[in-house]
Design a protein around this ligand. Structure first.
Ligand SMILES: CC(C)(COP(=O)(O)OP(=O)(O)OC[C@H]1O[C@@H](n2cnc3c(N)ncnc32)[C@H](O)[C@@H]1OP(=O)(O)O)[C@@H](O)C(=O)NCCC(=O)NCCS
Length: 178
């Protein structure tokens, strides 16, 4: 039975492994994740990690590092795009439809279209251990969340917060401390 389980883990993870991802023990990238044109050589997933269906995870220009530590669970339809570094700590619960992107399109020059593909300088994102990120939230470049932070559903997190903060809204503001 365990052999069949491990066979399916390998089967589902294989396209990502071929693309260079390092995936730990008992971890699963569920089917439907992006692989065409995506560079996964800088993706490192720890042990006992679950990433739900239809994940869109990529290293922009093959430069950005993505680290997901042991025991973290990420829901369906996540967007994780790194040009520099995105690090999600241990045993975090990231709900469905959450985006983490450490850079932006260059939007400040009226002569340059967003379609020209120029990007701003990236700033790393760090989500420390045991955080909960509510459904459909967006974590913007440069954000650090301390351990055990909670992000309310549909929040846009534009700045960093210390450990044990419960934040929510657009832009996310502190609503309580744990
Ligand atoms: C953030 C959250 C955990 C807070 O829950 P709570 O501690 O029970 O908070 P309360 O309901 O007491 O709300 C406190 C205040 O924050 C506001 N608030 C709560 N959640 C909010 C959200 N997601 N966005 C904006 N404001 C929010 C409330 O309106 C309230 O404001 P007020 O004091 O002005 O009345 C919860 O509201 C939430 O968003 N949970 C995530 C749900 C989710 O994504 N589930 C997916 C499961 S995998």
């Amino acid at each position: 039975m365990i052999h069949i389980y491990k066979f399916f883990l390998l089967l589902f993870n294989l396209p990502a492994i071929i693309k260079g991802a390092k995936i730990g023990k008992n971890s699963l990238l569920a089917p439907g994740y992006d692989i065409i044109g995506v560079n996964l050589s800088r993706l490192k997933i720890g042990d006992n990690v679950l990433i739900g269906r239809n994940a869109c995870i990529g290293s922009t220009f093959g430069q950005g590092q993505i680290i997901i530590d042991d025991g973290t669970n990420i829901g369906r339809n996540c967007q994780i795009q790194s040009l520099q570094k995105i690090h999600i700590g241990k045993k975090c619960l990231i709900s469905y439809g959450v985006s983490l992107i450490d850079h932006d399109h260059l939007l400040t020059d009226p002569k340059i279209s967003p379609m020209d593909g120029l990007l701003t300088t990236p700033k790393p994102i760090l989500i420390n251990d045991n955080c909960f990120i509510g459904a459909h939230s967006f974590i913007l470049k440069g954000v650090t969340l301390g351990e055990h932070c909670v992000v309310g559903a549909n929040s846009v997190v534009t700045m960093s917060f210390p450990k044990n903060s419960i934040i929510a809204g657009n832009p996310a503001k502190l609503i309580k401390k744990i």
